[in-house]
Design a binder for this molecule. Structure first.
Ligand code: CA
Length: 656
């Protein structure tokens, strides 16, 4: 995420009581029809509000301002449900609800199950979803991708919708919009591809978009001048309006997002949605909390809202109706929008049972779905650690990967200490953390777990359980981190370190993850956690692709090699333990290993990978046999039995 620096907090909840008190006695509604069911002759509205003594529907002509044209009382149904069927065609009208709890009517609220809304998500909208399908939607198909348990084949590109196109260098017309990222054939001033065509050219398999559900922080009437990452959810089942060309008409944002998804699919790319079910932008006045006060959130023993997100609250996936909401929400995005994967923000807040229900449910619908999340929280939670989807419990998750902060910080130094360096920036003491990432945080006989920076034992059951990365939207982008932690290094030296960092990520076992633009040394000018720092800091300057084209080509080649060679994408921890062997007796600062490619079906029968974390060249002797160069950093060279690695460099050799 997010607003605050994410702190890896794995301590228990000693100061908290068990606060899941009254909510366990609430009735549970198991129907799948909460929200609006629309037809041209009737609209049925259902909300769950078990503590209400009355409820009403308000209908409006417009999305903002003006009085309700009608208010209609809802009838009480079973298990806390309130409902009404209006036998008219209500298409395009807007609506809110109010509930009577205690002695008062609540303020107006948008039903969390709403699927369309007007500007700023203030009122939901009655729409005919069929009218939101762009031309060709019926034929939209996700590109082929490996089936379940082969999540290791994913090469994920993390991108913010607006960042992709808003810079003048993008050559894109619909700047900052869903439609901008759907433009193809766009170019920078040197004629190099930008936007979607660039991503296709780079060769990644999945585009992970930062939040594009309806979020709170950008005023959709002023979206030209406002910016936010969007980790502050309001309407989970509705696309964000500021990325659309008309936020007032709920159909437009849906149609334009589908247009983007369709274009990605037809260009061989799959789309992953960044979801933030762990907290809501508002707390007391959140839609959930107005409808059923306190139910959807974890509370402390003293009655206050618990706050493991450090954003004011934390949701309670361990409560039946929020678990139900999460499952139905992700299923809806897959079915209606053809989403190919989810990234769960602060997944450590959610309970393991809910995450596994989500995984099992989604894999029945789409076996190739890609699922991963942050295996940590931002602050402590009252739900016991052993129940939550934390990194240390990753082996209990069914096909959901966690991010490797061990690898991330092993490569470049701690994200919480600006001066700290990692293996790729000369801090060669971090080599064991990097080796731990190379084996995808699993059980391997050659890892000395006591020397790993954070986790002192394996935590994945298989490499499909790990996302390896060097940077993401949080904290400093890699180029800036290298500059800030190594001010003495020249640009040329820092470039080599950056390329080494990505050589490690893209040859390691487990799935790979890149932050957009990092393939051509994107900078955020040293600004950390730029969630609200505007386009000047966040926009992708596509002219950097021209300027740093050698780095781009190097990283693109790494991606091509990874995609072509299953040896870098082994499927089980046993394969990795048996067929990936670290070389012994190496000079300090070198990590080298061989992979038995033949044993895992690779046409490269044997592979030799080496990284030099030191800034000076080092020569090592090669294992016996004939070796060809798969990819090598500049300045390295091979002789008959030796290989000389340039300072801060990587090499991949192979034998056929
Ligand atoms: Ca919004």
């Amino acid at each position: 995420m997010k607003k605050l620096m994410v702190i890896i907090l794995l301590i228990g909840a000693a100061s908290y009581g068990t606060a899941q008190n009254q909510s366990s006695s609430y009735p549970v509604y198991s129907g799948k029809d909460l929200g609006l069911t629309y037809s041209p002759t009737a609209a049925t509205f259902k909300i769950w509000a078990p503590t209400a003594t009355a409820a009403k529907l308000n209908l409006y002509k417009s999305d903002m301002g003006g009085n309700a044209i009608r208010s209609i009382n809802l009838s009480k149904g079973e298990n806390g449900v309130w409902y009404i069927t209006v036998t008219e065609n209500l298409k395009n009208s807007y609506y809110t609800f109010q509930v009577h709890i205690g002695n008062a009517w609540s303020e107006e609220v948008v039903d969390p199950y709403a699927k369309a809304c007007g500007t700023n998500g203030l009122r939901a909208q009655v729409i005919d979803l069929k009218e939101t399908n762009p031309i060709g939607w019926a034929g939209d198909k996700s590109p082929n991708f490996s089936s379940a348990n082969k999540q290791t084949d994913a090469i994920i590109y993390e991108l913010h919708v607006r960042d992709a196109s808003i810079h003048t260098s993008s050559g894109i017309k619909n700047k900052g919009k869903y439609l901008g990222l759907a433009e193809v054939g766009t170019k920078n001033s040197a004629g190099l591809t930008t936007g979607l065509s660039h991503i296709k050219e780079l060769g990644v398999t999945h585009v992970h978009l930062l939040p594009f559900y309806d979020y709170n922080s950008v005023d959709e009437t002023k979206s030209e001048v406002q910016y936010n990452w969007g980790y502050d959810p309001v309407n989970y089942n509705i696309p964000e309006g500021s990325y659309s060309t008309n936020p007032a008409d709920g159909k437009v944002r849906i149609k334009e997002l589908k247009e983007l998804i369709k274009t990605m699919h037809s260009n061989g790319l799959r789309i992953i949605m960044d979801v933030v079910y762990n907290h809501t932008a508002l707390t007391k006045n959140a839609n959930f909390n107005i409808l059923v006060p306190d139910y959807y959130y974890r509370k402390r023993a003293d009655g206050s809202f618990s706050d493991a997100s450090s954003c004011g609250n934390e949701t309670a996936s361990d409560n039946a109706m929020f678990q139900k909401f999460m499952i139905e929400s992700v299923v809806y995005w897959v079915n209606e929008y053809h989403i190919d994967g989810f990234r769960f923000d602060l997944m450590g807040i959610h309970d393991i049972e809910t995450m596994n229900l989500i995984s099992d449910t989604l894999r029945k619908i789409k076996p190739s779905i890609v699922l991963y999340g942050e295996g940590w929280t931002s602050s402590s939670s009252p739900l016991p650690d052993e129940k939550r989807a934390l990194k240390r419990n990753a082996a209990q998750l069914n096909g959901i990967a966690v991010f490797s902060d061990d690898m991330r910080d092993g490569i470049k130094g701690s994200v919480f200490n600006i001066n700290d360096r990692g293996f790729a920036t000369g801090q060669i003491e971090n080599s064991e953390s990097v080796k731990f990432g190379i084996v995808a945080a699993g059980k391997h006989p050659q890892i000395n777990y006591s020397k790993v920076n954070y986790s002192k034992e394996p935590y994945t059951a298989s490499p499909a359980g790990l996302i390896n990365y060097a940077d993401c939207h949080d904290n400093n982008i890699l180029w800036d981190k290298i500059e800030l932690s190594f001010k003495d290094a020249s640009v040329a030296e820092r470039t080599k370190m950056h390329e080494l960092a990505y050589a490690i990520v893209l040859t390691a076992q487990g799935a790979s993850f890149l932050h957009a633009g990092t393939e051509f040394l994107r900078t955020k000018n040293g600004v950390e956690n730029s969630f609200d720092k505007g386009d000047i800091v966040n926009s992708i300057n596509w002219d950097l692709k021209t300027q740093n084209n050698a780095s781009y080509t190097f990283i693109k080649s790494l991606i091509q090699i990874r995609r072509a060679h299953p040896a870098f994408r082994m499927q089980t921890a046993q394969q990795i333990a048996a067929h990936l062997n670290f070389e012994k007796n190496l000079p300090t600062g070198i990590i080298a290993y061989t992979i038995n490619g033949a044993a895992v079906g690779d046409r490269w029968k044997k592979i030799w990978v080496a990284y030099n974390g030191k800034q000076t060249p080092q020569t090592i002797s090669l294992p016996k046999g004939t070796w060809k160069v798969g990819l090598s950093s500049k300045g390295s060279s091979k002789s008959a039995n030796n290989y000389t690695l340039a300072g801060s460099s990587a090499v991949i050799l192979y034998g056929e």
